[in-house]
Ligand binder design. Sequence first.
Ligand code: ATP
Ligand code: MG
Length: 247
Amino acid sequence: MKIFSVYNFKGGVGKTTNTVNLAYLSAMEGVRTVIWDLDPQGGTSFFLCVKPKVKGGAKAVLKGKVDLDPHLRMTGYPNLDLLPADISYRHLDQLLHDKNDPLKSFVRVLDALARDYDHVFLDCPPGLSIVAESVFRVSHVLVIPLLPSTLSLRAYNKLVQFIASRRTPRLRVAPFFNQVSSGKPIHQVVMRKVLQEHPIFLRTTIPDSNAIEAMGIKRAPIFAYAPTSPESDAYRALWQEIKTKKL
Ligand SMILES: Nc1ncnc2c1ncn2[C@@H]1O[C@H](COP(=O)(O)OP(=O)(O)OP(=O)(O)O)[C@@H](O)[C@H]1O
Ligand SMILES: [Mg+2]
């Protein structure tokens, strides 16, 4: 099983939006795909029209003998399931902290998912918490959406430094620019510089777009209502790059 985590320690940069669209593309390729929502905001449930209630809360999901059956939900899209989060996930950090071996509890859930799925997408909450550290340890690819601004890059550089100071044996980072506005010259300036200096950045960028923002109204991945739009094509290119780029 391959683990793609969509993460940034900044909030509101498009983590949940990208998780849903990338996981949808994975599932449409016939790959058994699940999203594990780690954020008490439960945004993935909202976008996928799934009831977010977690019976027994995050504690029940993490408990010693993992049984995810009561918690997993079908999304209505073929091959795409969801392990949703509700407000009880606000305690996830504390729950992990209270375990003798926080990583082990986290890995137990992923091992249980590995029985039924080939790709798991983790929709991460913002912040640099125990949850984030666990995500860095277990993930294969850390997909990092960034706004094309200097502060955003500063935060990214700090994140990369932090990750380098940790033991993350298999982690590869895949940063890319989200919400790029063609009408803002500063976006173009920042991106040009970064793409020149940092070959690790994905070449695909996702535009700042009404069609993408409409996911909150349509409550669906963009492909469900605008499959032939340039935005959908941008996501397809992004997924292709994440899958094929030697990160
Ligand atoms: N490319 C885009 N174009 C336009 N709007 C976007 C785009 N990407 C995300 N948004 C909008 O930005 C807002 C934040 O997106 P999202 O919830 O995905 O961010 P997030 O990083 O998951 O936030 P949080 O840190 O709160 O979990 C949402 O209203 C979303 O519709
Ligand atoms: Mg989110």
